[in-house]
Write a protein that binds this ligand. Structure first.
Ligand code: C2E
Ligand code: MG
Ligand code: MG
Ligand code: MG
Length: 276
């Protein structure tokens, strides 16, 4: 199955061209069965510590291998799942997968925190909070949650309270896509986050833009002043990596290190890391 999936890889770009025309109602109807039938799968994208060159963690990214439409990326079905009240089911499925894969990695000798993306909607879903805490408590998995600030702004009081519950249970909270959405320093100050991820829109042209380096550097300084570690996402070149290192960025993630890959490809990646 894994090989079949990687064989599908090159198709991703072709299909993404036509995904906006997907009929959302059909996807909504098909999603619950798709989760149960194993059409969803995860890919992992590592994060690297800039100074130690160690893989410290990885992010799980969900994909839908649709029997008729081919591979669908999350940009085309996460909002569908949110609107159809299916995001909790999808995220709990993701958590189960991650816990299972983390055991495989542990057997290989890798002790990695795995991050899951959490929709804002779930930050005010009491059942979801209870269910995730129970799952993580039962197996002692090292889990991180990536949340956007935009997700918090919906219902800040409730979101911050639930994030505190997660943090108290040992879940590492990371602020995702920082700078790309509705950023508010008032919330940044209150969130129990250990990590801040700078959105790739400030990183992709880091070495060719005049302003992006200024924004990135001041964001790194701000995060450090608030005692948070910083990850730059969307690192595609050695030049960007070198500049981020000079700026004191703690971790990087991006195609330069690895694209999102299957669990088996990730195991092979870890065997070869660090590259000679
Ligand atoms: P994100 O969490 O900000 O994830 C990073 C996205 O950037 C991923 O796209 C990844 O493939 C892409 N990326 C990583 N490195 C590079 C790079 O060097 N260059 C470029 N150009 N792109 C890079 P993907 O997998 O399509 O995910 C898109 C978004 O979907 C994610 O953004 C996340 O917000 C959401 N998502 C993914 N999985 C889940 C999930 O299980 N639950 C929820 N709620 N959202 C998810
Ligand atoms: Mg993310
Ligand atoms: Mg991100
Ligand atoms: Mg992003």
């Amino acid at each position: 199955l894994e090989d079949a999936r990687s064989a599908h890889q090159p198709v991703v770009r072709d299909l993404s061209v036509c995904t906006p025309t997907f009929d959302r109602q059909t996807l909504t109807r098909e999603m619950p069965a798709a989760i149960l039938n194993g059409e969803m799968f995860l890919q992992y994208q590592p994060k690297v510590h800039v100074r130690e060159q160690q893989i410290s963690s990885a992010e799980a990214l969900v994909r839908w291998q649709h029997p008729k439409r081919g591979l669908i990326l999350p940009g085309d079905f996460i909002t569908v799942a949110e609107q159809a009240q299916q995001i909790a089911a999808l995220t709990l499925w993701t958590l189960d997968e991650v816990i299972r894969d983390q055991k495989i990695l542990a057997a290989d000798g890798h002790d990695l925190t795995i991050f899951i993306n959490i929709s804002g909607q779930l930050l005010s879903d009491k059942d979801f909070v209870e269910a995730t805490c129970a799952k993580i408590h039962n197996c002692g998995a090292k889990i991180g949650f990536e949340i956007t600030e935009t997700a918090v702004i919906r219902d800040p009081e409730c979101a911050i309270a639930n994030l505190q519950i997660f943090a108290d249970r040992g879940i590492v909270i990371a602020i995702d896509d920082y700078g790309a959405g509705l950023s508010s320093l008032a919330y940044l100050k209150q969130l129990p986050a250990r990590e801040l991820k700078i959105d790739k829109m400030f990183v992709l042209q880091l070495t060719s833009s005049n302003r992006d380096p200024l924004i990135v550097r001041s964001t790194i300084d701000l995060a450090h002043a608030l005692d948070m570690e910083v990850t730059a996402e969307g690192v595609e070149t050695q030049a960007a990596m070198a500049l981020l290192s000079v700026m004191g960025c703690d971790m990087v993630q991006g195609y330069l290190i690895s694209r999102p890959i299957s669990i088996d490809a990730f195991r092979r990646f870890l065997l070869r890391w660090p590259p000679k």
